[in-house]
Design a protein. Structure first.
Length: 278
């Protein structure tokens, strides 16, 4: 969802705000900047929409809760047609994105390719993250001669790491140097296109061990924004998230991932569930 094109009236904004759980509404109202409040609200509306359309639940039965690590989940008081349905939301810059899965663990991250802070030198910006990436990852980031190209590759790795962390639900408590990505190339598909063969080259190693049960996709939302999606075995999530399911997940040793569909761009009318969920 492109937030630059969303300008609801005060009445419509209030209607949307009142549609989310009270604890989420309170959290949204605590944001200092209006843009942060709007992005958080849009994320919740997207969550409600995907749950309604995927599980056929009316708005009145959709209860969103969070684990101790702040990972959102559907707090269902009854059995679901997809008992391990899960989702993840990210927002940055001009975009709010959501990814959902019926069988696999999922995490998503979007980032605007920009230097954050008063010092706009690429080299200075990158130097602040020396303990975030492994030597192999840094060699890939530093490979382009052009500094702006280095910045873009930096965010390719950044979004992959964030998507994986958000998928397993461990937050920033995970040691970032314990896991490493390889096969990352700055040749992204457009978000509206199907995944490419190139994305199959992205690999994850945790403490040096290749994680064959994970798959990663990346796409360009526009010239300035990158999105990454991580999918993997449900049982690799943190224990607090696993406890939210009525039945414990189990996957065979060999996982077969369906082709990831392209992202669907929503207009402001696509957020409105009130027409069919009174």
């Amino acid at each position: 969802f492109n937030t630059t094109k969303w300008n609801p009236s005060p009445e419509v904004y209030h209607k949307y705000l009142c549609s989310v759980p009270q604890h989420e509404k309170d959290r949204i109202l605590r944001f200092h900047f209006k843009s942060d409040s709007q992005h958080s609200l849009i994320g919740l509306l997207l969550i409600q929409k995907v749950i309604h359309e995927s599980l056929n639940l009316p708005l009145s039965q959709i209860r969103i809760a969070r684990t101790a690590e702040n990972k959102p989940y559907l707090d269902a008081q009854f059995d679901l047609c997809y008992p391990h349905f899960n989702f993840n939301v990210s927002h940055h810059g001009s975009w709010v994105v959501l990814a959902s899965e019926e069988k696999f663990l999922v995490g998503v991250d979007v980032a605007r390719v920009e230097i954050r802070g008063s010092n706009q030198e690429v080299e200075y910006f990158l130097s602040n993250f020396h303990d975030i990436f492994t030597p192999l990852e840094w060699r890939t980031i530093r490979a382009p001669k052009d500094k702006q190209a280095q910045l873009r590759v930096f965010f390719l790795f950044w979004t992959l790491k964030e998507a994986y962390i958000k998928a397993i639900g461990l937050g920033l408590g995970l040691q970032l140097l314990d896991f490493e990505f390889s096969g990352v190339v700055d040749n992204l598909r457009d978000y509206s296109e199907e995944e490419t063969e190139r994305e199959a080259t992205i690999q994850l190693r945790v403490r040096g061990v290749l994680q064959k049960g994970w798959k990663f996709e990346q796409a360009a939302l526009d010239h300035d924004h990158i999105v990454a999606v991580a999918r993997g075995p449900m049982e690799e999530s943190c224990s607090s998230f696993l406890r939210t399911f009525h039945s414990q997940p189990h996957h065979p040793e060999t996982l077969t991932f369906p082709t990831a569909p392209p992202f669907l761009l929503l207009s402001d009318s696509g957020l409105d569930l009130f027409k069919s969920n009174q």
